[in-house]
Design a protein around this ligand. Structure first.
Ligand code: GDP
Length: 522
């Protein structure tokens, strides 16, 4: 029994995909789910976005925006692994949730469009992964199209992201002339658009095709041999340890749409990606194979089930084993909670979970009990996992209740939604309330929930600020430093914050007040 449990934990691979919209996250996810047998046809993941759950109001926002919460977590089995993919919402629904999801994974897969290279959102998400020091695997996508030179893309990884890379394979041509990949790791060539029986060509000890083969006539093949020679001599050394520390990113080339290179990627990824790792808490490091169940809430979602007004709290299990109906302790309050209603997320449907172990994600019903970052622990020795970081918002609005008679509900609603971590809160000197968010959808959700859950219509006016900076030496700040372009406010913990209109306003402020030391959260 005990050995089974350890094996179960070690079979877990829990990751998120980080990418800029349109790089191919959905397409790659679908292919992975197909391999895992979790879905039967491509198009299923997207199809759900406007399908089954469209009846609730909450879903209405999502339907209009063509986004999905129902596929927040997808689990499937492959070989002897249990793979958990956590969705990182992009586009307009980019929010703090997107960042926080990265706190719950053990590794990340970064997808890059070979024609575009590193884009803004990839960079933001990469920084969060870097901060955590988790392994990052790179998939350079859309090789069936004309893209940028592979060497140039690797240089960009190093320069823009500051991470070293190790190409596990290398493309032979691209676009119309894409012939396949030279697989350095498996010492073979994988040919594009070639039947499975003939797709792989083994290479000899010199890394070349033995004997005669039509490919050998191709300039592209010879070019690739030269490139690989260069990589062998001047490129980074392969190092399992540096991959594990997040210092070296293994790079794979492929084409998600044509399902090329995806299986090779998946199998190699599973081999090198970490199983659940120990996590820091105020009681020291907690081993994933520790017997008692523990986990933390990294996301709370409202009204997933249209029949209920409840929320679902997403819990990343960090140790032990979850069993339905078990009693746990909520460390923040010391309260006992019976986890009777719970959900595990499988791609096709939400199914009720009976057992889950470290690395898995479960959804537990929440009637307002949980906050983001809460730790749940089995047994008497309560402890708290490391606090989740707050992220610097980039959008700000001034919010008021349309009906002044609704002040009490307004205050209560804001307090709860802020506590839940749905949105950030600031107060001006004149007690005006400013809300900050990482993405626009957070405001829409806020407005919707204030109306539906607290019966308050709110008015939100953009205030033009884009940059928030906290202050190291608050004692040196003077009221007179505040202006319409550099608004001085307090956050919910009463820390002083300047909200700047733009970069220019911030630099101007810095020039005028060189002694004030500003910092951002993330
Ligand atoms: P997401 O926004 O990152 O989820 O991107 P999608 O998976 O929705 O893909 C964006 C667009 O790129 C879609 O039109 C896909 O069909 C297309 N796409 C994805 N992967 C590939 C690929 O490997 N090659 C080509 N040519 N197009 C791709």
């Amino acid at each position: 029994m005990k050995i089974d449990f350890i094996q179960e934990v070690q079979s877990r691979r829990t990751f998120a995909i980080i990418s800029h919209p349109d790089a191919g996250k959905t397409t790659l996810t679908e292919q992975l789910l197909l391999f895992g047998g979790a879905i039967r046809a491509a198009g299923t993941v997207k199809g759900k976005k406007s399908g089954k759950f469209a009846t609730s109001d909450w879903m209405e926002i999502e339907k209009q925006r063509g986004i999905s919460v129902t596929s927040s977590v997808m689990a499937f089995d492959y070989d002897d692994y249990r793979v958990n993919i956590l969705d990182t919402p992009g586009h307009q629904d980019f929010s703090e949730d997107t960042y926080r999801t990265l706190m719950a994974v053990d590794s990340a897969v970064m997808i890059i469009d070979s024609a575009k290279g590193i884009e803004a959102q990839t960079l933001k998400l990469f920084k969060v992964c870097r901060m955590r020091g988790i392994p990052i695997f790179t998939f350079i996508n859309k090789l069936d199209r004309q893209g940028r030179e592979p060497l140039e893309l690797l240089e960009e990884l190093e320069e823009v992201l500051g991470i070293q890379s190790y190409p596990m394979n290398w493309p032979i041509g691209m676009g119309k002339e894409f012939l396949g990949i030279y697989d350095r790791f498996h010492n073979r060539i994988e040919q594009f658009r070639v039947e499975e029986e003939d797709r792989f060509i083994p290479l000899n000890d010199e890394g070349e095709i033995e004997g005669e083969h039509p490919l050998k006539e191709s300039n592209l093949y010879n070019q690739t041999l030269e490139d690989v020679l260069l990589l062998n001599e001047a490129g980074n050394q392969f190092s399992r340890e540096r991959i594990a520390n997040g210092e070296l990113s293994p790079v794979f080339f492929g084409s998600a749409l044509t399902n090329f290179g995806v299986q090779t990627f998946l199998e190699t990824y599973l081999q090198f990606a970490p199983s659940p790792q120990p996590r820091n808490s105020d009681a020291g490091e907690i081993e994933p194979t520790a017997e008692d169940f523990s986990g933390f809430v990294f996301k709370i979602q409202a009204n997933m089930n249209p029949a209920h007004r409840d929320r679902i709290a997403f819990v990343r299990i960090c140790s032990g084993q979850f069993e339905r109906g078990m009693t746990v302790n909520l460390s923040r309050t010391g309260k006992s909670i019976k986890l009777a209603q719970s959900t595990q997320f499988l791609a096709d449907d939400r199914s009720t979970v009976n057992e889950a172990v470290s690395g898995d994600i479960i959804g537990v019903y929440d009637t307002g009990t949980y906050q983001i970052g809460d730790t749940l622990v089995q047994g008497k020795q309560g402890f708290q996992y490391e606090k989740l970081p707050q992220f610097t918002p980039e959008l700000f609005v001034r919010v008021t209740a349309k009906n002044v008679m609704k002040q009490k509900h307004f205050q209560k609603g804001i307090l709860q939604l802020v506590q839940e971590g749905a949105i950030q809160y600031y107060k001006t000197r004149t007690e005006d309330i400013i809300l900050g968010a990482v993405g626009q959808l957070q405001f829409e959700v806020f407005e919707h929930r204030m109306k539906n859950e607290y019966n308050v219509d709110v008015k939100m006016e953009p205030i033009g600020s884009k940059i928030a900076r906290w202050i190291e030496n608050e004692e040196d700040v003077k009221e007179t430093m505040s202006s319409s372009r550099s608004m001085l406010v307090k956050d919910r913990h009463d820390n002083l914050v300047f909200l700047f209109e733009n970069d220019f306003a911030m630099r101007w402020f810095n020039d005028k007040n060189p002694d004030i030391r500003l910092y951002s959260l993330m």
